[in-house]
Write a protein that binds this ligand. Sequence first.
Ligand code: BGC
Length: 269
Amino acid sequence: MTRTDSPTKTPGAGPAVATPQRRAFGVDVGGSGIKGGIVDLDTGLLIGERYKLLTPQPATPAAVAKTIADVVRAYSWTGPLGVTYPGVVTHGVVQTAANVDKAWIGTNARDIISAELDGQDVTILNDADAAGLAEERYGAGKDNSGLVILLTFGTGIGSAVIHNGKLIPNTEFGHLEVGGKEAEKRAASSVKEKNDLSYEKWAKEVTRVLVAIENAMWPDLFIAGGGISRKADKWVPLLANRTPVVPAALLNTAGIVGAAMAATADVTH
Ligand code: BGC
């Protein structure tokens, strides 16, 4: 028998064999667009281009499921598939629809999307949970252990709680009552826009929400996500809460990457 490894090598270290790249497909469902792409799970980077289709209006479960399937089919993808949803999802079933078509409530999103894709397995998870998973592993939280909380500031406020890499799914801090008002009605970025608030005024509202959360959870780090995190230098320095706040790093790929992660790991329920 011919030896291919050198006798000076560490025992057990055989000839170099390329480890297959771990890949999964993620789809991020948003109010205006449905975006998908193939994710390299070793790096958290997209392989190739991301593909985006407009979210159908009205965004009913059937119409959205069809569009998700169109995005997946554009790549002829048949491997692990994860999809985000902007509300609570337990065991594939949608439980809430704060800022989306109410027809979603009670729908088995996993089954209707799977049916559009010849029975392909689908994992569905909350949009902020997906972003949190991605940011914690590859983005703004990657050098932090302990308890990390990501908040997304957009139309509403989404939240993700991750402890040493493990997600506690479906936290809904955007719906906490803070000073007699729902957190997302107080401090979502849509509230800033609607009421034409200055960064100073809006940062005060965000601070109230962060203080309420940190007093209950004592996180090591907050990650601020959502579109407005691109302008983090304008408002993160104005925050007056206790826990450090860092802006999200992955921005528009976090949902896709987190959905792909969820498709291959036991991070949802
Ligand atoms: C929903 C969350 C969602 C967030 C961001 C909130 O209104 O309740 O589940 O993560 O909006 O889309």
